[in-house]
Design a protein around this ligand. Sequence first.
Ligand code: 3PG
Length: 414
Amino acid sequence: MRFGIKTLDEFELEGKTVLCRVDINQPVDKAMNTLKSINRIKGCVPTVREMADRGAKVVLMAHQGSDIEYKNFYTTQPHAKVLAELLGRPVRFIDDVCGPAAREAIRDLKAGEILLLDNVRFVAEEQTLFEMKLNLSHEEQAETLLVRKLAPLGDFYVCDAFAAAHRDQPSLCGFEQVMPSAMGRLFEKEYCAVSRVMESPERPCVFVLGGAKISDAFLMMETALSRGISDKILTGGLVANILLASAGKEIGKGSMDFIQKSNYGEWIDRAKTIYEKYQDKIALPCDLAYVEYKERKEADVGRIPSHATLVDIGQKTCEEYQKIILEAKTVCVNGPMGIFEEELTQYGTKTVWKALAKSEAYTLIGGGDSVTATEKYELMDQMSYICTAGGALIRFLSGEELPVVRALRHGAGI
Ligand code: 3PG
């Protein structure tokens, strides 16, 4: 047991059917029926391989895309192909979640075989909108269709989906009510990695917060500062723009319009309160970049043209941030410094990421965009830990007991 949760070491798997929830949610290219990244699939390989090697009949459950943003809502069929390639062994796929075809395929499994079910969110009770609307208890989740239909076919439930540990959905929290349950190897690894930052970070501990996921970034900032986890926060992206606007600085009409259009206007006042409280610990950019007539331009804060749209941090800020990163002993990163996808606007993210790679600190990278940037600059091997989680990581660092952690602790007693 670790953290009050069972691990795979505690189960005798030979010939047993394991229902295993993974998070292999990736951006998809629907036109090509392919995945744009396979990072999360790679992450679950050790757990799947170990279970199959130990003679389990492995049934994988996963979601693909969100019913809220809907863009990546898709079948898990391409994932089966990628997983098979990574494992070097067959992975069967069935285009059913818990209906008769899926149940028959599960019954047909032999020891060491692997089956991936279709997107669990094709079942209404698994959807995030459903979760938000109904707020089912874990006991109620055990009564949902998915759990009622699949639990009787399995001997054990294993959750390897740390990246979805903040979700309160039956495939994640319902099975633990009725089956002996454990966390998978990736879950265990991620839990240890984020606990290390949360509980005993080596100091100085620096957080790099950027990107456009404003509520997540400010939640993380407030928690890291109020709990004394972070000694310094380096800001970039929209997070920095909002803080600058809250301090009454000009950030340009384009940036201001974007903030209002995205309904982030209310964050300006909230950011002001946070900044006033923790001013000495929050680093704001001293210069910023914008694009004019297809050229990158930079200006110091206080001299930003009123028509500008900010797209990156500037060179002086990069120098200052580089220095702080190189002196740090722990760095936790969530969100890029600007629009790193484009050549003219990637300088800040690229420079900061190179400093992270060079630093001797323990570097923890989390969140989809941050991982994509790390992949883009081919720095994956040079960071201490790349976390598959975004939302779950933020909530974990906020000190919340995640629903899946609570459920797994319950399942440890079954
Ligand atoms: C994620 O991408 O953060 C996880 O896969 C959870 O996805 P969700 O936000 O759609 O629940």
